[in-house]
Design a binder for this molecule. Sequence first.
Ligand SMILES: Cc1ncc(COP(=O)(O)O)c(C=O)c1O
Length: 424
Amino acid sequence: MTSAFNYRNGTLHCEDVKIDRDFLETYGTPAYIYSKAAFRQHYNTLKTAFSGLDAQICYSVKSCSNLSVLKVLAEVGSHFDVVSAGEIERVLTAGGDAQKIVFAGVGKRDDELAYALEKDIHHFNVESAREVERLNAIALEKGKKARVVVRLNPDVDPKTHRYITTGKDENKFGLNWEQGRVLFARHQELPGIEFQGIHTHIGSQIQDAKPYVQALERTLPFAHELRAMGLDIKYLNIGGGYGIDYKTRTNAVADDFAKAITPLLKNEPFKILLEPGRSISANAGILVTRVTDIKSSGSRRFLIVDAGMNDLIRPCLYEAYHEIWPLVSETDPVNLTEDERGPHADVVGPICESGDFLGLNRRLPGMEIGDGLAVFSAGAYGFVMASNYNTRGKPPELLIDGAEVKVVRRRETVEDQLRLELEA
Ligand SMILES: Cc1ncc(COP(=O)(O)O)c(C=O)c1O
């Protein structure tokens, strides 16, 4: 996989655009930069890897939901996994088709269920018996039938961070086998519901296929049990979660997942759905920031930058590692040993919290105030988790296509924030 973000002639480029001082002056910092080619490439890599199956990729909108990004994915044929009425509205606004939307999420409100029914989305991934009962009542009131896929919790350990583990029995997601069995057996009592399949999503940032295989080994016999009960189970949604390597800025190899999963499903009668987010968006985006101050305390050297936990919360929330490197550099950091990289520094933001860091104890070359840094692999769970903490405006999002730069979301101003507040 070639990265869309490369050092050329001593400066980082995104596709054919040089991310130099002039660029930073023009667009300001902090800013998210996305590569259109990378979104397309990551989608196509997954699609090709799973081409041995009757499989459909539903891009997980929550990972990076800018309208222009959704448009790029709609154009390459992606379907969409959403988790709120707002995300449905985003997909439709971006020109996506309601019949390509699957609606997951624990805790959907009645108004969200009603909205999705009115828009005639493809189906609901339901997470509890009470949700199905509420959906049944809403569907009957509207004279409609809701197509439903039930999220089951296969109780497998995906060996990832505990905050992004979702398929163990202590997690809040889905139903266990027994609860699932009881729910499906009630199908005749629920005339507003058409049960169509099974959904599992075991977690995020998963590095190998084993947990998926384990989940399928548990899910497949259950799907056949339901068919034997006379239910028309058509869909098997095996979720997302395909990981990336934040150090090398590469995606886990899609072919390796596909090679392990395909033989289990090849001769099955189900249409397969996948819900990748991070593996499409993470390495399609970076966050750029500038050094605003430099200081030392004891043995620590601090590079204070203009992006913080309000712009990218992952380092603080998950202790996540993002590669950070100067925009001006003769060498890509992947090609350097630790000793060649430079002295230690903590890269910290402007927010009044000690947890406000982008990287701790990093080895970076000497930097001056005003120098630019790239925070890599920031396309997924980056901008979408940004906040206005400390009344800082959310950064702009820029989409690069070849040599063209488009501002696809402008920088938020203080006026934007104040406008939503009622007069004191
Ligand atoms: C139901 C569901 N599907 C798909 C995803 C996407 O996961 P990832 O970005 O790890 O591929 C998530 C992420 O939280 C999810 O909750």
